[in-house]
Design a protein around this ligand. Sequence first.
Ligand SMILES: [Zn+2]
Length: 178
Amino acid sequence: MRNMDSNNVVISINLDRITGEAESEAILEDLPFTHYPHQGRQLLGRVKGANAKHEYGLQFMKVTGQTRCAYCGMDFTASYENWVQMALDHVVPTSAGKVISINPDWLEDSASKVLACMTCNGYDNRFSLSEDKTCLETLEDYFDLRDRVFSERKKRIENRHQEERRFFDQLVKPIGKK
Ligand SMILES: [Zn+2]
């Protein structure tokens, strides 16, 4: 028994180390910006128009190559039902530009935005700055902030989906089976 216990300890330490490495890689891969031109570290210009889907949403897909919800992965090209769920999301909200000084051209740039389904877009609009900076002077600093805001937001949205899925499984799904 004693031997098994010590084996378990060794195994779990090794797993921790492996999980830690895998997690930091996963966070990088999870950033949709890494698939944008220039790995999302350069400005891409603004998309224009008044209609989210026919004008700027479609332009945005062409400019960035993104076709899915950055949070849940819904593919907006897969079906009409998915397509009508598509919205364009400011990762760093424009209101943040009033709290810390951020160039408005950066905030409105395509590199600052992601496609999001309406559900994910509505789940989390919370934004708090852990910044001690009052001004973001370099684009590099700004992109670091964008990546951090996105990762935090994605985590909160995933938690909301888990809660909602539990509700669905327990209370909604059984109604359909009757
Ligand atoms: Zn989504």
